[in-house]
Ligand binder design. Structure first.
Ligand code: ADP
Ligand code: MG
Length: 573
């Protein structure tokens, strides 16, 4: 177990103290794991119903995150995944209760029912008006959960909001309760787990799940779900959830609903949006009118990866409750979704003003094409090697980037003006600009752009000096744009020696000989990067740890210089 905690036994206390420190609208009740609104006494004095919820810890930001004006008055936390005691719930009720009474909102679990239920009963004998609503929104279990009924899961957050807003509006306890119950009967959720989670005190995951498995319909207490299935495309798995929710909720085309896409704990925001996309499209396909949506981390099971989806039937009054303001920090508001993915056409890339350039022979053009094919093939073939190198000293993307650039060039080979190499290089620059991001992307784009521009001014396209000058111009452009110099452990440590080697070649040396000299210089330069401290780019973050490894950008240069040599050695291909 690796967790950012102090002690498994003080997790709940430490967490609640943090929550209260971070938000001056909140307070702890002395000696209890109960978070209350700082102004709770004013609520009672204003004759407003107080809303109390809670349950085991481990569902953060629930429940303390929902305490605040417009939502909960108090949240009672038990140990992780353990219902709070009767006395803890009773303390919360007795602390906040005013003449208008208290509404308890719990999720349907036996422990919560018993502890909150008994506390309510005891409070009533002390003359406090208390009512309780039990939310059971989980549609995963067949037979509506049998005797114990549906479990309560993330959809409960909607209920907290409705209750808080209704109480704030000044409704009586029975009115708030009835509004909340009506809302809850139209609420349906289901979860999908990708990983288990570890209760700090237990020290190991609650269940085992294989890398290629997912768990449908799991509860939020780390328990396994109702069935396992293979990991599939997100769209397929979300369709399974949504279809079940719509079916069990008997939601009909034309009905108005709100949607919650909830992170069970460890799901990246990226994946949540992928889930939201499918869920919203699915609702549209079913003819449901999604009035509002929220996507985020609302009710979790510690660090479990996965999500839950909730749909709730709404009408105008219920929408008003959901849209009413609240100070609770975990409620980020709801947004109105679009019916389609709208796109605004963007302006095309700036018009290319290719410079005037001379043409060369069709033999040269053919050879140029062979070289380009050899280079792009080599870059694709070396993708894994490059990825490996960049994983050690960088972020592992250079192989993917350069292979993508290579494919983009291959896709455009037919439209390149290979008869006029200066133009072709500028065209290649534009292709790379569009296809490549990262650091090497723009650097390569500027390299070939400037090389192309320099070549367009060259008198003799077959002279080695014309190419040496073009190559040098490209290197200078990289220096200008990237601000690195020789010895900084970058692609320049391969490129600049190659440029020098080109300048040193006599004009009568044949192309393959020239390429070999450039390649030898580049390879020697790349090899030397092993001993250079990284000063530029991402590798600079790891400092000394880069030593002993070749710079991936410099190595990539040798991939294409070698490919040029091999293309020139076998011109018949
Ligand atoms: P990123 O760091 O954005 O992932 P890439 O993986 O595409 O970049 O490229 C990394 C390579 O870029 C490095 O190995 C290095 O050779 C080269 N590089 C980084 N910074 C510079 C720079 N300022 N000038 C020239 N080359 C650089
Ligand atoms: Mg990288």
């Amino acid at each position: 177990m690796k967790k950012l905690i102090n002690d498994p036994n003080s997790v709940v206390e430490d967490m609640l103290e943090g929550a209260v420190l971070a938000n001056r609208n909140l307070m702890l009740l002395e000696g209890e794991n109960i978070v209350v609104r700082r102004d709770f006494q004013a609520l009672a004095a204003a004759n407003k119903v107080c809303i109390v919820s809670g349950g085991g810890a481990g569902h953060e930001p629930a429940h303390a995150g929902y305490v605040g004006h417009g939502m909960l008055t108090a949240a009672v936390a038990g140990s992780v995944f353990t219902s709070p005691s009767v006395d803890a719930v009773l303390s919360a009720i007795m602390a906040v209760a005013g003449p208008a009474g208290v509404l308890l909102i719990i999720k349907n679990y036996t422990g919560d029912r018993l502890n909150f239920g008994l506390a309510a009963e005891i409070a009533r004998t002390a003359g406090v008006l208390v009512e309780m609503v039990v939310v059971g929104d989980d549609v995963a279990l067949d037979n509506d959960g049998g005797l114990v009924g549906r479990r309560g899961i993330a959809g409960t957050v909607f209920i907290h909001k409705v209750a808080g807003a209704a109480a704030e509006a000044g409704l009586s306890l029975s009115q708030v309760k009835s509004e909340v119950e009506t809302a809850a009967t139209g609420l349906f959720s289901m979860g999908l787990g990708l990983s288990a989670c570890t209760v700090p005190a237990a020290g190991k995951p609650g269940f085992k799940i294989e890398d290629d498995e997912v768990e449908y319909g799991l509860g939020i207490h780390g328990e396994s779900g109702v069935r396992r299935g293979p990991i599939q495309r997100a769209d397929e798995m979300i369709k399974t959830l949504l279809d079940r929710i719509i079916d069990q909720g008997r939601l009909q085309a034309g009905e108005r609903v709100v949607l919650m896409v909830n992170n069970l704990g460890a799901t990246p925001a990226q994946e949540l949006d992928i889930v939201a996309r499918r869920a919203l499209l699915g609702c549209i396909e079913h003819g449901l009118k999604v009035e509002a949506v929220m996507v985020g981390t609302f009710l979790t099971a510690l660090e479990m990866a996965g999500c839950s989806i909730s749909l709730m039937r709404v009408d105008d009054p219920l929408m008003l409750r959901l849209q009413a303001p609240t100070e609770a920090t975990a409620w980020h508001g709801m947004t109105e979704p679009a019916r389609t993915i709208s796109r605004q056409p963007c302006r095309g890339p700036v018009a290319e003003s290719a410079s005037i350039a001379g043409a060369w022979s069709s033999d040269n053009a053919r050879q140029f094409k062979t070289i380009l094919q050899s280079v792009t093939l080599a870059l694709r073939q070396q993708e894994e090697v490059l990825t490996e190198l960049d994983s050690v000293v960088g972020d592992g993307d250079i192989g993917i980037s350069l292979a993508r650039g290579a494919r983009a060039i291959e896709d455009s080979l037919g439209i390149l003006d290979l008869d006029r190499p200066a133009i072709a290089l500028q065209q290649i620059s534009a292709i790379l600009r569009r296809a490549l991001g990262g650091t090497s992307g723009p650097l390569y784009a500027v390299f070939v752009l400037r090389a192309g521009v320099a070549l367009s001014g060259a008198g003799n396209l077959n002279a080695v000096s014309s190419w040496a000058n073009a190559f040098q111009a490209g290197c200078d452009a990289i220096v200008n744009l990237g601000n690195a110099s020789l010895g900084d452990r970058t692609m320049l440590d391969a490129l600049l020696p190659a440029a020098l080697a080109l300048h040193a070649c006599p004009d009568e040396l044949e192309a393959v000989g020239v390429a070999k000299k450039a390649d030898a210089a580049a390879s020697k330069g790349a090899e030397e990067t092993r001993n250079m401290m990284p000063l530029k780019g991402r590798s600079s973050y790891i400092g000394q740890r880069a030593l002993g490894h070749v710079d991936p950008g410099a190595y990539a240069v040798t991939v294409w210089t070698k490919a040029i040599v091999s293309a020139l050695e076998s011109p018949g291909r």
